[in-house]
Design a protein around this ligand. Structure first.
Ligand SMILES: Cc1ncc(COP(=O)(O)O)c(C=O)c1O
Length: 404
């Protein structure tokens, strides 16, 4: 395989950094950055024209492109800054009573758990957790979630592709099962955009929250909330503003979510350009190229003593992001948000590599990402350093003051 993809030059990557954490924050290629800059410039040139006459029309155009990409209707979709804001809208909208339950899985993202815990606390409700099989295969995953449903379950919240464990969950099957119990499902989907084909109407969920900045390489600050028509009239915004069209067009359910006070909507408008950039051939190419890189990287990692396959035992279980389990050598302490595992810090300090490490359910993991700008050499360099650091850990040498 080629060691650098010809499209890599479209990303403005820092040459001093080995950026292998697209899964957390994914940078955009040049055409997408240029589109975002175009819209910001247009706003600055004549703010009255832009906000009062152009913005709503342009948002609808961008929404139509996103909707076509997701094989759904534009009137089920509102462009939102990111998955976190979208999930907060769902949480603000769901009526909860004392004793009600929101069912999550043990793979859910920390901020998503916080959102639902806060909303449950305010209502005297509680979150419950379905512990998925390890690794989470389709049949047993659906069964584990079904077994955790009670008469008080009001919503199931599930990732399409999980964050720490980087596994693809069977959301269509989960939605099918939930429908039998008449329980709505909210899918947390930022990693699934571009990584997987999504036919939103066929997925069977009630809400879908996503960010454009991950595998789709949309601008930071772009995302959407997809809502099944049966829930649209119940949606409430956590940010109260004018609630009507600024251009004076007929009212729409999206009005409360589009004008959240004065802000630059350029990322939302340029989200359409990320979809145009990933014309079908490029989408296939991103998946092929990144999967090949991740497959080689995973084989190399699994060759290091003590490293295991974690939640994705098969090479068909992942696309462009893979997590492996690391040995818990003496002195290892679980990292947490903002306090990375010592391996993550050492990789950055020694070779300028940005990766994700951490602990999940008592397991220590390393997660790597690849996109069209990632090269084989970058991954080789990183994995060589991982092997070196884990060997030092095992031998109890090279304890930097930061480890203590
Ligand atoms: C599974 C999952 N859900 C939600 C989020 C939140 O995304 P954002 O910060 O773009 O809102 C992330 C971010 O990494 C994630 O991995």
């Amino acid at each position: 395989m080629t060691t650098t993809h010809p499209l890599a030059e479209l990303w403005d990557s820092d040459p001093d950094s080995l950026y292998l954490n697209h899964g957390s924050f994914g940078p955009s290629p040049r055409p997408v950055r240029e589109a975002r800059e175009y819209w910001s410039r247009r706003l600055e040139q004549q703010p009255m024209r832009f906000f009062c006459r152009e913005m709503e029309v342009e948002l609808e155009k961008s929404t139509a492109v996103v909707a076509a990409f997701l094989k759904t209707q534009p009137d089920r979709l509102v462009l939102i800054d990111n998955a976190t804001v979208a999930m907060n809208i769902v949480a603000s909208s769901l009526p909860l009573s004392e004793g009600d339950e929101i069912l999550l899985t043990d793979h859910e993202y920390g901020a998503v758990k916080n959102i639902w815990q806060a909303s449950c606390r305010a209502a005297g409700a509680r979150t419950t957790v379905a512990v998925l099989p390890f690794p989470p295969n389709t049949t047993d995953t659906v069964k584990a979630i079904e077994a955790a449903i009670t008469s008080r379950t009001r919503l199931i919240v599930v990732s399409h592709v999980t964050s720490a464990t980087a596994c693809i969950l069977p959301v269509a099957e989960i939605c099918q099962m939930a429908r039998r119990h008449r329980i709505p499902v909210c899918v947390d989907g930022p990693h699934a955009l571009a990584m997987l084909d999504i036919s939103m109407n066929e997925l069977g969920c009630d809400f879908y929250c996503a960010s454009g900045h991950k595998w789709l390489c949309g601008p930071f600050g772009s995302g959407f909330l997809w809502v099944h028509p049966r829930h649209i009239s119940t949606l409430k915004t956590p940010v109260v503003s004018w609630g009507g069209s600024i251009a004076g067009r007929p009212p729409s359910w999206k009005d409360s979510f589009q004008w959240l006070g004065t802000r630059d909507p350029a990322p939302l408008l340029a989200l359409a350009d990320a979809i145009k950039f990933f014309n079908p051939e490029r989408l296939v190419e991103y998946r092929r190229y990144s999967h090949e890189l991740m497959t080689i990287a995973r084989r190399q990692l699994l060759d290091i003593p003590g490293v295991g396959p974690f939640c994705t035992p098969d090479e068909s279980d992942f696309v462009s992001m893979v997590a492996v389990e690391l040995p818990q050598t003496a002195g290892w302490k679980p990292g947490y948000h903002g306090h990375p595992d010592a391996l993550q810090t050492k990789l950055r300090e020694r070779i300028g590599a940005e990766v994700l490490t951490g602990s999940w359910n008592g397991h220590r993991f390393l997660r790597l990402s690849a996109h069209l700008y990632t090269s084989q050499q970058q991954l080789d360099t990183c994995i060589h350093a991982v092997r070196e650091i884990l060997t030092e850990e095992a031998e109890g040498v090279c304890q930097s003051p930061k480890d203590s």
